[in-house]
Design a protein around this ligand. Structure first.
Ligand SMILES: [Ca+2]
Length: 275
């Protein structure tokens, strides 16, 4: 019987089953929180693949995959960190609807740590996490044909969206990133603590690809793009956009937790000390 440790507290899972909230994410209240570093949150099948990646938000919004061949693989040591490996062919997870942030006129935010193996795109994108088809409100975070991380938000059946992209991503390199949109439609993307240098503000570019943005409630796959090929280490979703101090804490937390402080800018407030 596993015992969950939280600070100095020892939590008996019989007394506090999964869904009780002993975990804290910087005082944030995520819609979803997947954390590969927590072995208790990973349910492996007999092949060593991940049948369920349990949500630590407290909402029991677990990522699951019923088809054995589509289950991502647990990697215990990738350059010293654990990760969930997506094969780029058909691996994915399905998430419950409750993990969808509000879309129309709402703020939303994704934090993630990921290691892309292959950023080349055969179709139009490699979806990391996304929800909804263009025909209905939806949003997705994906790697573009230019190897950039991008957030796309579609509202009410049309791309009344804000979107932003980052500098090119390196293969086989672990990145921490956050992308999101404020309630006033401003969108932001940061990779390794550095803001996007190229934000797309025109909307016309999307017209001919309208039918391809579709992505059901999945992590790592899309019905029309390419499957994600690489590792995910941590993912969380907020239904609000944090303030500047909180953004810095998020970056510091992710960088220190995953051994990525070298990626932080030298003047970052949490360059040397974790929040
Ligand atoms: Ca597979």
């Amino acid at each position: 019987m596993p015992i969950y440790r939280f600070g100095d507290m020892v939590i008996d899972p019989q007394k506090y089953p999964w869904g009780y909230k002993p975990w804290k994410l910087l005082g944030l209240f995520p819609l979803l929180w997947l954390d590969a570093s927590d072995s208790e949150s990973l349910i492996l099948d007999s092949e060593g693949n991940v049948e369920e990646w349990r949500d630590k938000s407290g909402g029991n919004r677990h990522a699951t995959e019923n088809t054995t061949s589509r289950r991502p693989t647990y990697i215990s040591d990738y350059n010293g960190i654990v990760g969930i490996e997506f094969d780029g062919v058909d691996d994915r997870f399905i998430l419950p609807d409750e993990t969808r942030p509000g879309i129309t006129d709402d703020a939303l935010f994704y934090g993630l740590v990921f290691t892309p193996y292959d950023t080349s795109v055969t179709n139009w994108a490699r979806n990391i996490i996304g929800c909804g088809r263009l025909a209905s409100p939806g949003c997705t975070v994906f790697i573009t044909t230019e190897n950039r991380l991008r957030l796309e938000v579609a509202e009410s059946g049309d791309r009344q969206s804000v979107r932003t992209v980052t500098d090119s991503l390196s293969n086989h390199t672990t990145h921490f990133a956050h992308v999101g949109r404020k309630i006033n439609y401003e969108a932001f993307a940061y990779v390794n603590g550095v803001s996007s240098t190229s934000t797309i503000t025109t909307e016309a570019q999307w017209g001919s690809y309208e039918q391809r943005i579709g992505d059901p409630e999945q992590v790592g796959s899309s019905s029309s793009g390419d499957f994600y090929d690489g590792l995910l280490h941590e993912v969380f979703i907020l239904d609000y956009y944090p303030d500047e101090n909180t953004l810095s804490k998020i970056e510091g937390y992710l960088a220190h937790k995953w051994g990525l402080t070298a990626n932080l800018p030298s003047n970052h407030p949490y360059k040397d000390v974790a929040p």
